[in-house]
Design a protein around this ligand. Sequence first.
Ligand SMILES: Nc1nc2c(ncn2[C@@H]2O[C@H](COP(=O)(O)OP(=O)(O)OP(=O)(O)O)[C@@H](O)[C@H]2O)c(=O)[nH]1
Ligand SMILES: [Mg+2]
Length: 1006
Amino acid sequence: MAKDKAYARVDRKFAKAHRSGARKLDLLAGDLTELPESLGQLTQLQSLTIFGNKLTALPESLGQLTQLQSLRILDNQLTALPESIGQLTQLQSLMLNSNQLTALPESLTELKALRKLYLHDNRFRVFPNPILGLTGLELLAIGGRNGLTSLPDSIDRLANLETLDLGNGELMSLPSALAGLGKLKRLVLTGNPLNPELAAAYNEGLDAVKRYLRANATGKVVLNEAKLILIGEGEVGKTCLLGALRGDPWEEGRPTTHGIEIKPVKVTAPAGGMEITLNGWDFGGQPVYRPTHQLFFSAPAVYLVVWKPREGPQQGFVKEWIKLVKHREPEAKILVVATHGGPKERQPDIDRQEIWDLFGKDTVIDFLSVESKPNEKGERQDIAKLKDVIARVAASLPEMGRSVPKHWHEARKRLRQSKEAYLPLDRVFAICKEHNIEEEDARLLLRICRRVGDMIYYEHDPVLREIVVIKPDWLATAMSFVLEDKQTRESHGLVEFTRLGEVWNDPSRPAESRYHASLHPLFLRLMERFDLSYKVAVPTEPEDALSLWQRVGRTLGIARQPPAELHYTSLVAQLVPDVRPELDLAREWSELASNGDHQQVQICRIVETQNGRSATAEGLFFQLIVRLHKYSLGRASYRQSVHWQRGLVLDDDYNGRALLEHVGNDIRITVRAPYPQAFLAVLTHEVKWLVESFWKGMRCDVMVPCIEPCGRKAPGTGLYEVQKLVESKRDGHPLYPCPVCNKWQDIDCLLRNAPAARPDSVVELLAEFGTVRAALDGARQQLMVLRGETMGRFDKLDLGTQRILSKVDDAFTGLMTAFTDEAKEGPRLFSFVPVDPGFLDRPKWLSEKFRITLWCERSRLPLPTLNGKDDNRGVYELSLPRDWFVTAAPFLKVLTGTLSLVVPVASSATKLVLDDAAYKGIEKQLDLGQKSLDSVLKGSGIAGDWLGHGDAPDVERGAAIEAHGAVLRQVQAWLKEKDPGFGGLVRVQNRRQEFLWVHPQFEKEY
Ligand SMILES: Nc1nc2c(ncn2[C@@H]2O[C@H](COP(=O)(O)OP(=O)(O)OP(=O)(O)O)[C@@H](O)[C@H]2O)c(=O)[nH]1
Ligand SMILES: [Mg+2]
């Protein structure tokens, strides 16, 4: 029998290891179901790995391996551990992930030397108590399939914990005691169904989570609250329905809803009688609002898709509305409600089965028909029944009954009850103070409210930072007036500030729908924040818009006219022309790429996550027009720009020119440049990020088109998914068939169109460091002359140099992307020099003092360069142990190398000019840092395992990033101990919500 053979083979292997006195033994993938007791003879073993077998138990003799320091039995089927494991008192690392353990033996607490314990993907369900006795533990991973729903209150007994990985579990909340883990540096909670407030805090970083938990410790309240979102075509009766649910008196001839109106509804859950407060969000039905309205769809919510039988479900676009919700909130609970259900009215006629087949009964919970208008007796038919169903669905939402910090809840309630639509920040702080919330906590509360969708607050924006919008509907209505404006539509979305003023303060409207002029600059800024518009460059208008805005911002709350000189022109992306501007397009995008440019194409294919079917991401292209406007051809003068509802031409200097087209549901991106990969990667990343972060029910697959030789003589017709090509290549297949013509094509050739699969630019660049650096120095000299220009600054550089510059950008972006997570906790860019350079001659050093300097990620310059030479903020001395330095060297080498590459051109990106002395000074420091690394790496050259190889399996790549990330986090922790303010760097968020650490002078750009 196979098992016996395997067993015998292992038995022999043990005997052999015993004879040779082996310290290390690995048993890799196989069919082993049990281990021979002879294991116990391997008393000299220090490391044992058994990976990918079918072991269900371990022999008691395991306990005899008292020299074991590392035991790894992963990816097996263990259901229990022997008691004897407690005898392994030398054990430092125990890896038991991906087994079927449900409990741990008490004896585990004997493992006093244990530092790392990996238990993820087992079957624990509840936190195993013996772990709490392992007080020396520094790392614990217990997420994944264990499905833990809670952690014990005494988790703080693990006082030495530095990393706690709970990823992909079933946690909704955490015990307050977790905040007491003083050494904790890394907490992983991704993939858990966290309650919205905790999720928001987690997105802010570890400090925020601790703050939130400490607030929880002072008292909690149970929240029975959710949103009730009413959507559907115009005039179907949404507003009347919300009125009926609230019991408001009937109003004949209601006006149409502009934007959104929010009003509360109270319901009682039929079972248990729980009182539930629902915030009813009544959305205006005009199609032009649709892209903006999705912004406000957020859990926890019950959705009502409203339609009118007289016009039919087809006319009411019932299916389209359900899709719109589902694309954004795949877990949404929807009720389909027919209005106008009076006795003389047409009865609802809708194919319920079809809808259930399409969306499932988990999504579309029920179909109802009501009459919102009261009859002579004042009764509204079936409204009570609808309320019951709403209450039942609301009560079943997972977020219902969650607890939040009591003080915070009270402050939030008080803010919401305020009559004002917005409040100055000081006032908000004062209210928080009355509820015993200090300013730092109040800031976090605001950030959480913003993430949860309750309030609107932008802390880094110079115009908006002093104001908190408490009533989002008030703002949505103001925005809707612009979207509805005929004049703006007729001028293809271009609108001057004075016109916006007229729209927002239209005397023909009732007083409550008019907005004072002092608010208009804020509204414009908020429209920009919501990706609805951007300010275009009109050469006659003042250039430094922000400084003017700042002045206006200061007048906040004071009723007075905005300064007369404020006359910007903005572009409302949703209103750009529908027809392609053929002439402009021909001018800026010729039939063929010019000499020396390479052209590459990628398609971002947008599909529903659930079934892979192509789907519409409503308003995606408009968001792209706004989000990518920094690359617009019109960035110096608006008239040069080329865009329409389904197309856009972009330019990024040496990184090339791009054409984006919205073809069907997909986005097709073509880039022409000496090195098109860099810009292509930036653009596909932006589209992919936007789709997958905004529409949780959608996915963006990056595809490449087929090439010559094409069976149909039409290369570009067939599309290949980049991910599949990469996997295929890894499995050793060099060719892949075309999905259209079935001809086999060379994967490497296809992938040349695919930045996602190319090797890391940084590795290539560092391999030829000398040449690259010389080219960059040359470019720097040329750019110094042209530094004032916005466009065309780089045109004079030769193609080879442009190519290198592009690659450098690419390398820098790659580095930042790899460490997106780490940026939550601290800055990512720093350089270092040994305090005593003489140490290089002492090969046996044990610990050495280094001077660490923090850099700004926006300007890509060290802090002292930005603050002035004599300013020592952001410069620290640290003693680094040699062991650590050696482990960290691969990461440090790439970091230092990348910084050396970006420094020459960094200054031109922000138009900051570095004089030669400063530039040389920085280069010298970086070189000295490199030398220290070379001395420990002993010429092994560039970090061989840097992010794994391009073709390496994801796990390996993941492990490499993880190891480098650990180095970075350690440096962040050391620096934070010395200076929690990180030298004055400000943590900001880019438009992708990724954190960056920048010098205060750049804060306003975010
Ligand atoms: N008889 C009857 N009339 C209704 C009912 N619901 C709405 N109406 C009528 O339909 C008109 C439009 O209803 P609204 O509630 O304003 O429609 P809406 O969906 O909010 O429209 P928008 O805000 O423009 O998107 C109202 O003026 C009512 O007279 C109903 O259930 N029965
Ligand atoms: Mg309405």
